[in-house]
Each structure stands twice: as C-alpha cells, then as structure tokens.
Design a protein around this ligand. Structure first.
Ligand code: SAM
Length: 217
C-alpha cells in the first residue's frame, strides 16, 4: 500500500477496459444504428457502464432517473442492473434521440423498464416526486448541472446514489485554451459538488471522470 496514487494513463484505461465484461451484440448494433441515424457517439463506455451497474446493484436500486438519454445506451445498461420490476426514467430534449431510444428499448431485453420523458431537464425534473428514486445519473447540458443536482438530492432517497458524468471535462480539464464551450461549467460544477454537505462524493477516473456520491442527509 502507498499514499502515492498510481497515475492513471491511457495504458491503464486500455488495460482495465480489456478486463471488463464486454458489451453484447445488441449494444454494438444499437451504436451502429445510432451512427447511421446521425446521433453523436457520446454515450458512456462499456467499463463505465459496468461500474455503474455494480454501484446500482450495491445500493439495490430499483428506480433510476437520468438526465440525457441520447440513444439509450446508459439507460438500457442501467435498467439491466435493476430487478425485473425496476424502472429507469430518462429525460431527453431531442425528439430524434427520444424516438431512436424508444425504438431500441422496445426491442431490448429491458422493454417496458425504460421510459423516456421528453423535454428539458429543468422542466421535467420538477414534475417528479420526492425520494422516489434510488439513483440518479446526470449526463446532459453541463451549465444546468447545479439545478439537476438540486433536484437529484430531492428525488433520490437517503442512502441513494447520485452519479454525474464528465468531471474531466471531455479531457480538457487542464487545457489553457479549451475548445469545448462547456469546460468552464464542468469546472464550476466540480467545485460546487466538492462543497456539498450531506452528500459524500468522489470523482472516479473511469470514462471522462464520474462523480459518484451517496446522499447522507
Ligand atoms: C452525453 S449525451 C447522453 C449520453 C447517455 N447518457 C449515454 O451515455 O448513453 C447528452 C444528451 O443530453 C441531451 N440534452 C441536452 N440538453 C438537454 C436538456 N436541457 N435537457 C434534457 N436533455 C438534454 C442531448 O440531446 C443528448 O442526447
């Protein structure tokens, strides 16, 4: 054991990815179809999906709320970690992304367990009841993350899980001149998240950096 952490390099990422349960043919086909449909390939990685599935199993999650559906990759993988009567409600602004997801969820092994809620996260989240979710996954527009977090803290039960994607700002966290316009919002959110009381969180270096937090209060 050492107090000095091992720096996680691209080689380490590749190493752990090679040793993670691979995605199945259905998800490979979903990604190919999403590409054909002009949907950008910004879904979570298989190793991040596995990690999130393990966390969901550990908190015995039955209900999950997600902001940012895209093609349904993360929603379907999360639904697979829930019991057979579990449910993922996923919020998506783009009708094109929502239509694609509904089509692919319907032919998946978790058909009926993923519901797409159409609209802006900031409009849909207030319509959901307090403490009815065991977990939340935030993965949409970064400038609204503080608002989404506020709702997640209200929607997720005590002891539940809040996960927030892209803490490493698309790999541009330390760039002096980042090209992505959302980098500033990610940095501000990371500082905001670190100051939260009643939420025990840590950034895990999987994918593009994943905030994992437990609601304590
Ligand atoms: C990074 S993708 C989500 C990826 C998905 N979670 C996955 O890993 O498979 C972000 C999604 O958020 C959606 N989005 C952007 N702004 C939004 C908003 N204000 N409310 C809801 N969804 C939004 C985008 O259309 C896009 O589909």
């Amino acid at each position: 054991m050492s107090a000095n952490p091992t720096l996680v390099t691209a080689q380490h990422f590749a190493y752990l990815a090679e040793r993670t349960r691979p995605e199945d043919d259905f998800l490979v086909d979903l990604k190919a179809a999403a590409h054909e449909a002009g949907i950008p390939p910004i879904w979570i990685s298989p190793e991040q999906a596995s990690f999130m599935q393990i966390l969901l199993k550990l908190v015995r999650a039955e209900t999950v709320v997600e902001v940012g559906t895209l093609a349904g990759y993360s929603a379907i993988t999360m639904a697979r970690a829930l019991p057979s009567d579990g449910r993922v409600q996923t919020i998506e602004l783009s009708d094109h992304h929502a239509d694609f997801t509904e089509e692919w969820v319907a032919k998946s092994d978790v058909a009926g367990r993923v519901e797409v809620l159409r609209g802006k996260g900031a409009d849909v989240l207030p319509t959901l009841a307090d403490e009815v979710f065991d977990a939340a996954f935030l993965d949409a527009d970064k400038s609204n993350y503080p608002t989404y977090l506020e709702h997640a803290r209200r929607l997720v039960r005590r002891g539940g899980l809040i996960m927030v994607d892209n803490a490493f700002a698309f790999g541009q966290l330390f760039d002096e001149r980042p090209t992505d316009p959302e980098v500033g919002a990610v940095k501000a959110f990371n500082d905001h998240m670190a100051k939260q009381t009643g939420l025990h969180g840590v950034i895990v270096p999987v994918g593009d950096g994943l905030w994992v937090a437990v609601r304590e209060d």
